[in-house]
Design a protein around this ligand. Structure first.
Ligand SMILES: NC(=O)C1=CN([C@@H]2O[C@H](COP(=O)(O)OP(=O)(O)OC[C@H]3O[C@@H](n4cnc5c(N)ncnc54)[C@H](O)[C@@H]3O)[C@@H](O)[C@H]2O)C=CC1
Ligand SMILES: CC(C)[C@@H](O)CC[C@@H](C)[C@H]1CC[C@H]2[C@@H]3[C@H](O)CC4=CC(=O)CC[C@]4(C)[C@H]3CC[C@]12C
Length: 369
């Protein structure tokens, strides 16, 4: 908890604070930012767990709001010292329209930037994504790359397109004069595939395995590496960079940082089995039975079914042409830029991250029986 000697005079705003990552950022701030006087949690959907946070020394203000509504954003931002903008529509399964994804992820980010400028908030941390870089539509691998590795970032899918546009807006806003005459300081964090307590896709895999008699079927070769990072370490990097933004504005302002940790480089499916295996699931080797062309055919059929069924119901399976292509392309990072610029080191070891995630799945298991 905070040192009693610290002066509590800072107001933070976390947009998307009730999401998978957002909740961990909120809890991490309360545990590890001793200067907080008020923590504003802004989200379209507020979680009931917020109530339990209102008993501590920090004023926790829950704000139900929509980042696509500029006036709601401005009201939430006004008076904040730091904004951590994690709100976003994370959809690669065709649940939302491209227009809605753009409206939330791009227009919503524009609203946050303009609110900072208009109200005088000087520090903005944006939760970007590895997807801003790749994998690209050509399936080019990105093997242990860093922020300066040349790579042809070419996207067609609405989600990565929207994240790339939003990130560019945030970085371009660095240095803009805010109300009061001082410059805005921005940066963007690019997590790889986040896992941990509350990860909905891990939950979906687990429930799919239960439905299939404790089995999951391999679709991706074990040789394909996919970067993953524990949610607690992503939250920690947000807290750390937000703390350092003022002191290191010249170095950190306008910069992007990949966000990863010591989680092992594995295929997406093999990595998931680190947690689902100890919970009773096994990965069935079907690579000989399911060549890539057959998987792409099945994925395409899923996309066609989604389109045909849309007037009746939302059919959004894990396997679609985009998810198959992303999962099938090596994308891993290795960099020390965040360590060099603001002293980031993972807070949670791989062993601790794995144990925490397994316990969370096991708790689900109890609820699933
Ligand atoms: N899940 C992952 O593997 C990765 C996620 N990210 C980024 O991290 C951020 C958080 O992602 P997750 O926690 O995974 O997703 P999530 O869907 O769990 O959380 C997003 C939050 O934003 C809120 N939100 C959505 N639309 C909103 C709107 N119009 N107004 C206000 N709030 C709104 C949602 O209610 C939700 O609480 C996103 O910006 C995402 O692009 C980046 C890299 C990897
Ligand atoms: C059905 C199989 C082909 C299975 O392996 C599909 C896995 C697929 C659901 C995931 C594979 C890669 C994931 C994405 C990746 O981690 C990068 C991401 C970054 C984000 O900002 C949001 C989430 C995601 C797009 C993530 C989504 C799930 C995968 C596509």
């Amino acid at each position: 908890m905070a040192e009693s000697t610290e002066v509590r005079n800072l107001v933070y705003l976390v947009t998307g604070g009730c999401g998978f990552l957002g909740e961990h950022v909120v809890r991490m701030l309360l545990q590890r930012e001793p200067r907080l006087s008020e923590l504003r949690v802004f989200d379209l959907h507020l979680g009931p767990w917020l109530e339990e946070l209102k008993t501590g020394p920090v004023q926790v203000t829950a704000i139900q709001g929509d980042v696509t509504q500029a006036h709601e954003v401005a009201a939430a931002v006004a008076g904040a010292h730091v904004v951590i903008h994690a709100a976003g529509l994370v959809d690669v399964f065709g649940r939302a329209s491209p227009e809605t994804i753009h409206k939330v992820n791009v227009q919503g980010t524009k609203n946050v930037i303009e609110a900072c400028v208009q109200t005088g908030t000087r520090f903005l941390v944006y939760t970007s994504s590895m997807e801003v870089v790749g994998p690209n539509i050509k399936g080019h691998p990105f093997y242990r790359g860093n922020e300066d590795t040349p790579y042809e970032a070419v996207h067609k899918h609405p989600y990565p397109c929207s994240k790339a546009q939003a990130e560019r807006l945030v970085l371009e806003a660095n240095g803009r004069e805010v109300r009061g005459g001082l410059p805005l300081v921005t940066c963007a964090l690019r997590p790889t595939g986040i896992y941990g307590e509350g990860h909905q896709i891990m939950r979906d895999f687990y429930h799919q395995g239960l439905r299939l008699g404790g089995r999951l079927f391999r679709a991706i070769p074990a040789s394909v590496e996919h970067g993953r990072v524990y949610v607690g370490n992503v939250a920690w990097m947000h807290v750390l960079v937000a703390r350092e933004l003022e002191q290191r504005a010249a170095l950190v302002g306008g910069q992007v940082y990949f966000c990863y940790d010591k989680s092992p480089y594995k295929s997406y499916e093999d990595f998931n089995m680190e947690f689902l295996g100890p919970c009773g699931l096994r990965l069935v080797e079907t690579r000989l039975l399911a060549p890539y062309w057959l998987l792409m055919l099945l994925a395409t059929l899923n996309a066609l079914l989604q389109w045909l069924l849309r007037p009746l119901l939302l059919y959004a399976p894990l396997l679609n042409p985009y998810t198959l292509a992303v999962a099938n392309t090596t994308f891993t990072v290795s960099t020390d830029k965040a360590q060099r610029h603001f002293g980031y080191e993972p807070l949670f070891s791989w062993e601790d991250s794995r144990t925490r995630t397994i316990r969370w799945v096991q708790a689900m298991e109890g609820s699933a029986q």
